[in-house]
Design a protein around this ligand. Sequence first.
Ligand code: SF4
Length: 266
Amino acid sequence: MERAGNTNFSFVIETPDGTIPRMQVGIPEKPIGLSDLVPFMQSLADEIIELAVKKAAVRNRQVTCGPGCGACCCQLIPLSAPEVVFMVNRLLEMSLAERTPLLQRFEMIEKRMEESALKNRICSLADTDTDNNAAARDYFYLKEACPFLVAQSCSIHAWRPVVCREFNALSDPALCTDPFVNKVRSIPLFKRPSSILALLASHVGGIPPTLVPMPLMFDWYESNKELRSRTWPAGMLIKKLLEITVEPVNYTPLSIFTAEPYGRKP
Ligand code: SF4
């Protein structure tokens, strides 16, 4: 977003975990789409998480995640609507040679979800934690690694989804082999950064704050052409995003997994 003609806006955020050092963002004169905010949200998420990691370190709690551990990369990765658009666009920008094997992996995962009836279950989930947890667990047991996982490392580390940045275990990494049986402890966050863009999309787009499982992001992308092409004044979006970040209410549970267009949700 930082292009010539932008107005630079700098800010400091006070959080329950401490002060986020001064950040700067370029505000374009022209209206922007929600997906244009994703790189900024990724940077902000990194700052929020770094504060939490430092706070844990003061209490002698260290992150136990290490290089080459992709244990959490078999989980059902939830994406906010802006991130869906961002991820699919990044894929479309890749060369055919880069994109084809990734799309084949996504197709294969979707096929396995269809064969196990998991896709239908997820698309028709009631908004209850029980259903969501059961679906997330059953997806994990398919043991289909994320298409972006290469040699147990994330091949899109710089632009990986915000939720992937939140996985910071404090417990024995061996427990992560089955987080649905073992009690995995992770860094507590005053707010889940992965929820912020979903809440923003809900606020300005008039849609429920739904998260879309990454394997189903193409369905959502195709079904929501109108929303993904809408634009808003950039300054207003950034102001609202920062308000959501600092508002004292805790993380709003975003437990609906759906590939349905938002408008069809009751
Ligand atoms: S995007 Fe990267 S970090 Fe996230 S699940 Fe996939 S491989 Fe893992």
